[in-house]
Design a binder for this molecule. Structure first.
Ligand code: 5CA
Length: 440
């Protein structure tokens, strides 16, 4: 993509309304624009990151055996009356009436809807287990929407729903999601720590939140250092294996939000206990028959008896993750994207657009990167070098490749890694090989 043609409305000034780094940087980097309180448009650069995160979530859900579907954003109120939580949900639910005066709502979550779908289509215990998920916009009329897309009113969520015969089977579905979440977040270049959680309006009696450490997080957390040292990708867990043991190896270590932390009860030595702040990027719930009983979601057993299924639900804040990743990964100059979610892998800077040598060398690199399938944003604008460098640092692409007249005389370009700031002068071919090797 050529920057001269790209829609990237960056801002030099720090927007006054933004209180935390990710909100400031997303506005300044031209990723989002506010429409009304807690509701945002996703501009091209932000949308690319959102889609990258969504892709990783989808790949991991599919690998875990879950199946994707798509449910509507608007739901009938009667569905929520059937499950018994229409009134209980309170003012966070956006309630609307259609032209026939029918009561509708903009879905804050979809347990009721998926239970109806399942009930109407599934008869036998042989149809179990199933895990169905979708990635869809949600609306919650939060009292205080804040921090940009981090606590929005409209937000993008992956929500999955499991259906099992009994508690034991449901626990297995829960465990699969537990380890899948650890992998999913690690693939995005962040560490999320599972912590015991309250179930709130979703209901049920077992729940974990997955929390990413960041100074600006809304939640205070305490966690054993050993949890931060683990690498879920390297562990390469077999989803058909003994997941109880894997989950226990996480949950037996101390990790608690400040609401649940009790210094008197904490078994960890001070030297091993990390006190930090964190952002909840996912939450999983086991709620048993909370929905299947009132909604009559039953399956028939071999002996002919009909029993309510056991359910769980599993959310990931896809849009919140964009902010959470920035909170966990930025510096004074701007965002530092982890490779896996970066909107482009490389920012190619032409220091002297209009000079035949620089244009030819930069165009050649641009074409070769594109041909190799590397996503590259090419700053071909007639701008000052300082402006180009500052904007590249702001938008935080993993690699910066700079072509300038002085370097070209010696057949070198500058290759910089955004995360470390390390920069080297290398031959264009060497730079290409290194980028292609790391990006693909
Ligand atoms: N139905 C369950 C799981 S499928 C559910 O709704 N869980 S939740 O309430 O915990 O939301 C799931 C995830 O969505 C949260 O972990 C959080 O990352 C994200 N989320 C929740 N509320 C907001 C919000 N107002 N703005 C942005 N993301 C949010």
């Amino acid at each position: 993509m050529r920057l001269s043609r790209y829609f990237l409305p960056t801002m030099k000034e720090t927007p006054a309304e933004a209180q935390i780094a990710s909100h400031r940087l997303m506005l300044r980097a031209g990723m989002i624009r506010q429409s009304s309180a807690g509701i945002y448009s996703w501009l091209p650069l932000g949308f690319r990151v959102l889609k990258n995160i969504e892709r990783i979530v989808r790949e991991e859900m599919d690998a875990a055996g879950a199946q994707e579907l798509l449910m509507p954003t608007i739901q009938p109120a009667d569905l929520w009356r059937e499950s018994g939580r229409y009134d209980a949900y309170g003012p966070e639910m956006l309630r609307i009436r259609d032209r026939h005066d029918r009561e509708m709502l903009y879905g804050p979550t979809n347990e009721d809807q998926i239970t109806e779908i399942f009930r109407d289509s599934v008869r036998s215990y042989r149809d179990l287990p199933k895990n169905l998920y979708h990635i869809q916009w949600k609306f919650r009329d939060e009292v205080r929407p804040r921090f940009g897309i981090m606590r929005g009113r409209e937000f993008y969520m992956k929500d999955a729903y499991s259906f099992d015969l009994d508690f034991e089977a449901s626990k297995r579905s829960y465990n699969i999601m537990f380890v899948t979440y650890l992998r999913t977040f690690a693939r995005m270049g962040i560490r999320a720590i599972p912590m015991v959680a309250d179930t709130g309006p979703i209901g049920g009696d077992m729940s974990h939140e997955f929390i990413v450490l960041a100074d600006t997080g809304e939640t205070g957390v305490f966690a054993e250092q050993a949890l931060l040292d683990r690498d879920p990708i390297a562990e390469d867990i077999d989803l058909d294996g003994d997941l109880d043991a894997v989950v226990r190896s996480w949950t037996s270590r101390y990790a608690a939000t400040d609401e649940k932390h009790d210094p008197a009860q904490c078994p960890v030595d001070e030297g091993q206990l990390v006190q930090a702040r964190g952002i909840e990027v996912g939450q999983i719930f086991y709620f048993g028959t909370t929905y299947s009983e009132p909604m009559n979601c039953l399956v028939t057993l071999p002996d002919g008896t009909r029993v309510p299924i056991h359910g769980g639900s599993y959310g990931i804040g896809v849009s919140r993750l964009v902010g959470a990743i920035i909170e966990a990964s930025h510096d004074d100059a701007g965002i530092i994207w982890p490779d896996a979610v970066a909107p482009f892998s490389v920012g190619l800077i032409n220091l002297k657009t209009g000079s035949p040598e620089c244009d030819a060398a930069a165009e050649d690199l641009y074409n070769q990167l594109n041909d190799a399938g590397v996503e590259v944003l090419y700053d071909d604008r007639e701008e000052r070098a300082g402006v180009k460098f500052a904007e590249m640092d702001l938008i935080g692409l993993p690699w910066q490749l700079t072509v300038g007249p002085r370097g070209l005389k010696n057949n070198v370009v500058e290759l910089k890694r955004r995360a470390t700031g390390d920069s080297r002068e290398v031959a264009p071919d060497t730079a290409l090989a290194e980028i292609i090797d790391s990006a693909l």
